[in-house]
Design a protein. Structure first.
Length: 319
């Protein structure tokens, strides 16, 4: 199998060289290439990457890790890779674990494998408490939406088969980790979490994704909500409609009970109008969800056609 390792990078001069060397150390056993995506770096990241033997694709300006990942994905597909590995440039992941990560794909047990920092309690890294809590909360949210248990949905050390990568259709430029799991889960892609030891804190500098966990969580949640709306519209709008219809129903019951007990709607006619308005609003929101389900079918059909188009655009290299 031809393996392409993509490394999104933004000003990672202190660590990028060691990460590339660790990846290329597998060349004796694997047909492997490295693609570094320079996301508008202002230091020597791109220069070092070329010196170490990586192919470099550059953005003219910083576009965010989500867009950088997608750029790397296109470069890997164009190279004809059978397996695509994504690893961060900050040195928190060990390139020596690449064979372990891709094993489920090579053995045809999975189409997408993601390193998990929390699946094995013995491998949970040391990190700030708020960051650990945020990761676990995010995993619970994604697990609830996807309908299956995930222990770590924010880890950037992942491997995709060519077919899984062709099916990815991402929109978020800020990040891609949670969105890609939801996108592949709804398409029935086989997903496996691989417990691996990961450094919990960067050795050099600070995270380039977001300055703090709260900003990261807010921006990631917006991407998740957009994905949830597009792929599970009936649930998304149904939960919004429920409070309107529930409160409207309660008011309507009280309105008619008052009529039965007192013999008149007065002086609470307002209750009937309010109940009717709330039920009407809830019904409209629910109808929006039903229309969304129809649009989802059209979208999924279009994405299937996009896979065929991508296969023609990025043909597998014959060796």
């Amino acid at each position: 199998m031809k393996i392409a390792v993509i490394i999104p990078a933004f000003n990672e001069e202190p660590t990028i060289g060691a990460v590339i060397e660790g990846c290329l150390a597998h060349r004796d056993q694997l047909d492997l290439m490295v693609v570094v995506v320079d996301d508008g770096c202002t230091d020597r990241t791109a220069e070092i990457a070329r010196e170490k033997g990586a192919q470099v694709v550059s953005h003219s300006e910083n576009m965010g890790v989500g867009q950088t990942f997608q750029t790397g994905l296109v470069a890997a597909l164009r190279s004809g890779a059978d397996v695509i590995v994504n690893i961060d440039a900050d040195g928190q992941f060990d390139p020596a674990d690449i064979p372990t990560l891709i094993e489920p794909l090579v053995q045809d047990r999975a189409d997408f494998a993601t390193a998990s920092r929390f699946k094995d309690p013995a491998l949970v890294p040391e990190m700030p408490g708020v960051k650990l809590w945020g990761n676990r909360m995010m995993s619970r949210i994604i697990s609830g939406i996807a309908g299956r248990r995930f222990h770590d949905v924010s880890c950037g050390f992942r491997a995709y088969t060519r077919d899984a990568a062709l099916q990815l259709n991402l929109w978020g430029s800020f990040t891609y980790t949670q969105e890609s799991i939801l996108d592949l889960a709804i398409k029935g892609v086989r997903i496996e979490e691989i417990p691996l030891r990961v450094e919990g804190v960067r050795e050099h500098g600070e995270s380039k994704v977001a300055p703090n966990v709260w900003q990261y969580g807010w921006r990631a949640m917006k991407i998740i909500l957009h994905t949830y709306r597009d792929y599970w519209p009936l649930y998304f709008f149904g939960w919004i409609a429920l409070p309107f219809m529930g409160l409207g129903g309660v008011l309507m019951i009280l309105f008619f009970l008052h009529r039965l007990i007192v013999g008149s709607f007065s002086p609470h006619i307002w209750m009937g109008f309010t109940a009717a308005g709330l039920i009407g609003m809830g019904t409209l929101i629910l109808v929006t969800g039903i229309v969304g389900e129809m649009l989802k079918r059209i979208r999924l059909n279009q994405e299937r056609m996009m896979v065929y188009h991508k296969k023609a655009e990025y043909p597998r290299c014959e060796t």
